[in-house]
Design a protein around this ligand. Structure first.
Ligand SMILES: [Zn+2]
Length: 305
C-alpha cells in the first residue's frame, strides 16, 4: 500500500498538460510537463541530445495544441527542413496519447558536429500542422515556411501567420551529464483581442522574470501553478489531462497494412527474409512469423478473388 504522501508525490510527478482561460477572457495559456514522454521517446529511438531536444519540443507542441481539441481528435506537428535533422514529427490526441519520431539527413557533408550546428532543422523547409477533427471529413492542414531556429520559433511564427494570434512559446529541455533528458516542459501564452495594453504588459513582465520551467518543476511546481505565475488574474482550468507516450500500432495493424500490397510483393518479402517491421512512430519491432505471412497472403487472395 502506498501512503498518502507517496500517492501525492506520484500525482505531482505525472506528465500533464493544463489549459486555462483568464476570467476576463484576455489570455489563454497552456503549460505542460512532458519529462517522461520525452525520456521515453529518446530511449525508444536511441536519440542523441540534439534530435532528442527537438523531438521533446515537438511532442510538447503536439500535446499543447491537442489540449484545444476534443476526445479522439488529434493533431500532427511536422517539420521538414534542409538541416542535419531533416524531419521531426509528433502526433497527439486530446485524451493524452502522444508519439513522435526524428529523421536525420544521411549525408552530413560539411563536418560540423550536430551539437555545434546553428540550425539543426535547417534554414529552408516547411512547418506543418494537421488537425484531424470530428466534424471534418478531411484533415485541416496549415503550412508555413520553416523559420531558422527551434520549434518554439516556428510555433510562434505559425500562430502569427496562420491564426493571427500573438503567441509566446517557451520550451525547457534539460539533460544530464550522459546526454539523457532530465526535464522537459513547455508553456504557451496567447493574447486574445480583448486584452488591454496594461494586461499585456503585466504578462510580458511576468514572463520576463519567470525562472526556467525546469527550475520551477524541480521546486515542486505543477503546470497549473506555473500558469499562476504567468497570468496576473484568476483563470478557469478548461483542461487538465495526464500525458503518455503511446502508440496504437500493433502486429495486427501492420498485417492489415501488408494486405494492401500485391500477393507477389508479400511473397517476395517473405522469400528475402524481410520479416521485421519497425514502427516509425515508436520504434517497436514486429517480427512476422510464417503463420503471419500465410494469413496476409490468404487475406490478399480473399480480396482479389
Ligand atoms: Zn508504434
Amino acid at each position: 500500500m502506498a501512503t498518502i504522501a507517496e500517492l501525492k508525490q506520484r500525482f505531482r510527478q505525472r506528465d500533464r498538460v493544463v489549459r486555462v482561460l483568464s476570467l476576463d477572457g484576455a489570455f489563454r495559456a497552456v503549460a505542460i510537463k512532458n519529462t517522461v514522454v520525452a525520456q521515453t521517446a529518446q530511449q525508444r529511438h536511441g536519440l542523441e541530445p540534439v534530435g532528442a531536444r527537438l523531438l521533446a519540443q515537438a511532442l510538447a507542441s503536439a500535446s499543447l495544441l491537442a489540449s484545444f481539441l476534443k476526445g479522439e481528435e488529434r493533431i500532427v506537428v511536422e517539420v521538414h527542413g534542409d538541416g542535419p535533422v531533416s524531419t521531426v514529427a509528433a502526433e497527439a490526441l486530446q485524451v493524452g496519447e502522444v508519439r513522435g519520431y526524428v529523421e536525420y539527413e544521411q549525408e552530413q557533408s560539411n563536418g560540423v558536429p550536430l551539437a555545434a550546428h546553428p540550425y539543426p532543422l535547417g534554414r529552408k523547409g516547411l512547418f506543418r500542422i494537421m488537425r484531424i477533427l470530428y466534424n471534418h471529413s478531411e484533415p485541416v492542414v496549415s503550412v508555413v515556411e520553416l523559420q531558422p531556429g527551434d520549434i518554439a520559433v516556428n510555433l510562434e511564427y505559425y500562430f502569427e501567420r496562420s491564426e493571427q494570434i500573438p503567441t509566446v512559446v517557451q520550451f525547457d529541455v534539460t539533460f544530464d551529464k550522459s546526454g539523457f533528458i532530465s526535464t522537459s516542459a513547455a508553456l504557451l501564452v496567447q493574447t486574445m483581442p480583448g486584452a488591454t495594453p496594461q494586461e499585456i504588459y503585466a504578462v510580458e513582465e511576468r514572463l520576463r522574470v519567470l525562472p526556467p520551467l525546469s527550475e520551477l518543476l524541480a521546486s515542486g511546481f505543477m503546470p497549473e501553478e506555473i500558469l499562476r505565475q504567468v497570468l496576473p488574474g484568476p483563470f478557469t482550468v478548461l483542461n487538465n489531462t495526464p500525458v503518455d507516450f503511446f502508440c496504437r500500432c500493433s502486429r495486427e495493424r501492420f498485417k492489415e497494412l501488408l494486405t494492401t500490397l500485391s500477393y507477389e510483393e508479400v511473397q517476395e518479402m517473405q522469400r528475402l527474409g524481410h520479416n521485421e517491421l519497425v514502427c516509425h512512430y515508436c520504434g517497436e519491432r514486429y517480427r512476422l512469423t510464417g503463420q503471419d505471412f500465410a494469413e496476409v497472403l490468404q487475406r490478399i487472395q480473399a480480396r482479389t478473388n
